[in-house]
Write a protein that binds this ligand. Structure first.
Ligand SMILES: [Zn+2]
Length: 504
């Protein structure tokens, strides 16, 4: 026996013969990252005697060269084996004194080919750099860079990274990355850089900007410490040497939630400008100090709190179901170290949405509806715990409140948007959008489907309302007005009541 934990995922039927391309375990983050040549649905389970986390990859073969590594710390070793003709197994051996709660293991796909397994309770380990593994594409049958598909994201990294490799002399040499008043400048020596740029955005809205330099090499001595710390909405830089023919460098910028898009301009005289499009660098919000990691593909728990039919009515107030069974989870976006969008006059999304949510909660409570909030004060809460709170509380509905933003040069963009993911969420989102538009004078930007994490990871009907643009010339003054905030809070509450009464 020995299977102690729940199987966290079902598996797809094994297919064909794609390979495990790379894997990396980061002991600082307690995180495994791996990449496969084709889509895979990992199957994760916890085994005992000895305790180990097993990740099966149906339909994936592994190379002997990707084999076992000693890690140390909470995870003492990672072994990669071929359990049958069509399944690769990755085994994380756990330290006896590491008390792993299987419910805390998070597994998510950056794409269907790149997965992260996050173990809880990352304990600081005294791992020397020599024990850290670095992704090395040169050992893993690199594909020509020009064939990188739009869907392929570079690996998620937790910090700036330079990954050199020995290559022959090249036409262009990358010498570093500099922060300037205009953005960034990548100085090069030798021939003018030949650049290919990819913009990637996966279902979790994780954005990366990838700059491939062809026939190029990293200057000797360039280290991760020489790369810019989180500036201008770029969380991390990764510079990787590929031993392709000709050699190439991939520079990967991981963009934070509020980063604008970037224009990449190689200069004939050498160097590459990286300039934000449509916004001055000084206007780009400082990145949050925590990286909110997207989570996908975990099956939602069964919904076991159906909305009861309406029973009572009060004149002038929407009918609601049996109130003792109803619980509304309100989710004011962002908070604490994460200000959310920052708009005209420094208006912060986190402050506006918290104020509005408190008004919504007060109105609902006055109607006898139980309300909980994912945060009641200015505090940092990651996305997954917000969804977890709703599930643990058995919430009837989940309503996330955010404010929108585009860049500062677009003050004409204003209005209300409400998002849903599931069909049940669509009905709730429509109820909110209709009610707010009926009482507030706002531009209708529609009800839309989106893969926001808090919508996907909540089993109950869930909606995310964007109550206006902090960058909008019309919306921003309203958003900062306490009376308007109260009206918006009331309108959202009425929209929730309408939904609960079955008449959105
Ligand atoms: Zn937001």
């Amino acid at each position: 026996m020995g299977v102690a934990g729940a199987c966290l995922f079902g598996s797809l039927p094994a297919r064909a013969t794609a390979r495990l391309q790379t894997w990396e375990f980061d002991p600082d983050q307690n995180r495994l990252l791996f990449t496969t040549e084709s889509e895979v649905q990992p199957q994760v389970s916890l085994l005992t005697h000895p305790r180990r986390l097993v990740i099966d990859l149906p339909g994936i073969l592994s190379d002997a060269s990707l084999g076992d590594r000693f890690i140390g710390g909470a995870v003492t070793a990672v072994r990669v084996t071929q359990v049958d003709a069509a399944t690769t197994r990755m085994v994380l051996e756990l330290s006896p004194d590491y008390d792993l709660d299987p419910r805390q293991v998070k597994v998510w796909g950056l794409t269907n080919q790149q997965w992260v397994v996050q173990l809880p309770g990352a304990t600081p380990t005294s791992v020397s750099d020599g024990d850290l593994q670095v992704l090395d594409f040169s050992k893993a049958a690199p594909r020509p860079l020009v064939n990188v598909s739009d869907r392929t994201l570079p690996p998620l990294i937790s910090r700036n990274q330079v990954t050199p490799a020995a290559v022959r002399a090249t036409a262009t040499v990358l010498r570093g990355v500099q922060v300037t008043n205009e953005g960034f400048f990548i100085p090069t020596a030798g021939a003018a850089p030949q650049v290919q740029v990819y913009r990637t955005r996966d279902g979790n809205q994780m954005r990366q900007l990838v700059i491939d330099l062809l026939d190029a090499a990293i200057a000797p001595g360039l280290t991760a410490e020489a790369l810019p710390p989180g500036r201008y909405g770029i969380q991390r830089w990764s510079v990787t040497q590929f031993a392709t023919a000709p050699p190439a460098i991939r520079v990967t910028l991981t963009l934070d939630h509020h980063s604008p898009d970037w224009q990449i301009t190689p200069l004939a005289s050498g160097g590459i400008w990286v300039i934000p499009i449509g916004v001055a660098p000084s206007q780009i919000a400082a990145p949050p100090t925590t990286v909110v990691l997207p989570v996908v593909n975990s099956p939602p728990p069964p919904m076991n709190r159906p909305v009861a039919p309406p029973v009572s009515s009060t004149p002038g107030v929407a009918q609601v179901p049996r109130r003792e069974q109803v619980l509304v989870m309100l989710d004011p976006g962002h908070g604490g170290r994460d200000p959310g969008a920052i708009g005209i006059g420094g208006l912060q999304e986190k402050e506006v949405v918290l104020a509005v949510a408190h008004h919504t909660a007060a109105v609902l409570r006055a109607q006898g509806i139980a309300v909980q909030m994912t945060r009641q004060i200015d505090q940092t809460v990651d996305l997954q715990p917000r969804a977890d709170m709703a599930t643990a509380a058995g919430a009837t509905v989940f309503v996330s409140i955010h404010a929108n933003a585009v860049n500062m040069q677009r003050p004409e963009v204003n209005g209300l948007e409400t998002y849903y993911y599931s069909e049940a969420g669509r009905v709730l989102a429509t109820a909110l959008q209709n009610q707010v538009l009926s009482t507030m004078v706002m531009n209708d930007r529609g009800v839309r489907q989106a893969r926001f994490l808090v919508l996907r990871r909540t089993a109950m009907p869930a909606a995310l309302i964007e109550i206006g643009f902090v960058t909008g010339a019309i919306d921003a003054p309203k958003l900062r007005d306490p009376r308007w905030q109260a009206q918006m809070g009331q309108a959202i509450a009425q929209g929730i009541l309408n939904y609960l009464s079955g008449r959105p």
